[in-house]
Every structure is written in structure tokens, then in C-alpha cells.
Design a binder for this molecule. Sequence first.
Ligand code: MSS
Length: 365
Amino acid sequence: MAQSDGEPLPDYVAWKDAEDMIVHSKQTLETKRAAQGSELITPSTELYIRNNLPAPPDEIVADRDAWEVEIDGVANPGKMTVGEMKTLAVETVVCVLQCSGNGRAFFDHETSGSQWSVGAAGNVVWTGVPVRAVIDAMGGANAGAVFLTGTGGEEIPEGLPPETIQVERSVPKAAMDQAILAWEMNGEPLPLAHGGPLRLVIPGYYGVNNVKYLKRLAMTAEESPNKIQQTSYRVRPVGVKGDPSQPSMYEMAVKSWITGPLMDAATGKVQVHGVAMGGVSGLDKIEVSTDGGQNWAEAQFLGPDLGPYAWRPFVLITELSEGTHMLASRATNEAGVTQPEFFPPNERGYGNNGWRAHAVDVTVS
Ligand code: MSS
């Protein structure tokens, strides 16, 4: 069996590149920082995995076009198959898929949950139908709808109330402007592990809102009553329990990190590189510091700009003298927001975009 540094790859993702992955558990696999390099698009074989529940069995991708989604909260509720969706409209969008807890490992306080560093994120090409086209085809959203609610297709063990574990997320309906139902990832049929046959993709929003194996899509007046919506994925002070009044993990923030060099470098010219994202708006600039944030130099974006929700690799060519250098990066988006030095600690370690936490110490000799 393929072997990563730690545990072997679980069977359902045995097709991933073990050398590029850190296996935290069967349901949580992270992309190595070095593997992210200057990649414009994250290959599927390297993309992280995060499942709240075990992934459904392979059978569900046997006949992809036959997969049915219940559409609710519209004038004419009913079922629509993927095959039918494919006749409505097709759109491709590139966006960052990032877990709410990416960067959790960098907080000083103890956090439960996977200790992600930077690798619970990737830049992905999704193809599918705009959510709006599906809603319109069903006669339009009901008056009073405020949220777009998606339900995951995992089987819920008998006897367990769905509210306790079912993955169902509600996002403000404005997210419909960019939301799609995707059947393809990186130009190939969407792998089961990433939500095939059909996934709700909300560009600019944290991973948890991108519901996999989507079985129901509804325009709703209320947020889902499920735990994952009501009390989980809420930003709150350390020691405080989750509740619906706290901010939910919706829109992502401007962020960047260095992906190389990570430990050692030789004296002389070196390429300091990394990746940057604007969150829900495009990137304006990216700066790099080689002295722990005292001085900053503007770095260069590499490759094409793939839209406001995509990340951009960057590089700064610089000279490094002998000794230890703290390399850091700091992105600014088109809305004028700059990555902060610190992101406040919070109970579950969500949303970390502080540049200092993401800096690396490199020894030059
Ligand atoms: N979906 C479903 N159905 N289930 C689960 O579990 N998870 C979440 C999303 N979706 C889930 C879903 C999360 S949480 C995340 S991140 C994501 O997904 C991931 O993805 P991938 O593909 O990478 O695995 Mo945190 O915020």
C-alpha cells in the first residue's frame, strides 16, 4: 500500500499521491506545504480531504447522471437529476477550497480538531450548473427565502436524529450569485472523495459550505437546524460554547503563505515563493519579508489571474545572507484589506490568516 510519512492512505483515497499528503486520520488528509509550491491549480491527487462523516460507498458514482437532487423552497419543488442539470447551463469557476480550520496548528492555545497547518487548502477548477439556473428551472425561489441550504448525501445511521450529525449548511442567498452545482473537478468527473456525483460549490466561502454528494438543495427562510450549522463552525472566544448568534464560517479572508524555501537555502539569489488568495475579492498585491516583518518588498504574481476566488502563486527573487531568516508574506485584496499580523485566537482555531503565524524560519548557509 502507498505510504505517506505517517499512516497509509485510506482506501477511498488510495489514488492520491501519498508522498504529497499528511494523513491526520482516515477522514482528514492534508497537502504538504512543499507540494503546494508555485502550483496554479492543485492536482486532484494532492488536494486535501476533510470529511465529517465517512464518505458514502462507491456505488453512488456508478451512474452519475442518474443522481437525483431534491429541490425545495421553490415554486415547483421536485427532483432533478444530474443529467437534467447538464441540459440547463454549464459554467466553470476556479476557486480556493479551504477548510475553516486551516492554520489551526499555528494558534498557541490548545484546539480540538485536525492540526492543519497550510495544507487544508487548494485551488480547484469546478464545472457544473449555476445554482440560479436550477432554481429558475424550478419556478424560482419562494418569497421569504433568505438562505440557500444544501444537504449532504451520507447515510445517517438509524436511530440517530439527523440534526446531530448530518452535514447540512445554509448560506446567505446572495451566495447564489457565484454558487454552482459541480460534477467535474479539474476537468474530470468529480471523485467521490471530493463530493461526486454532485457538489455544491460556493466560491469564496469556507470548505464546510461546499456540501458534497449533494442530495437536497433548498431555498429556506431559516438556517438548517443541524448542529453543524447551529453551533459548530462558529467563531467564538476560547472557552466559549458555540451558538447561533456567533459568526458562522462563511466568507474567506485574504491570506497567503510561503511554500518555499521552507528550511534551508544556499547563500546568493533565491526564489521565495508561495500562494495568495483574496477571499471574496481579487488580489491587489503581495509582499514578502525576509527579516520577520521589519521590511517588506513587493513580490510578483505568477501566471494568469483566474478570477476573484482563485489563488495566485507568487515569487520574489532576492539575496539571502548567511544565517537564519524569517520569511513571511502578506497579501492585500482589491477591497483594500491586508492580511493582519495576528488573527485572534478562538475556541476552535478557525480562520487563521495572521501572517506571522504562517512565517517560516530558513537557515541560509
Ligand atoms: N460535505 C459533506 N457531505 N460531508 C462532509 O463531511 N465536509 C466539509 C465540506 N463538505 C463535508 C462536506 C468540510 S468541513 C470541508 S473543509 C470540505 O468539505 C472538504 O472538502 P474536500 O473535498 O477537500 O474533502 Mo472544513 O471547513
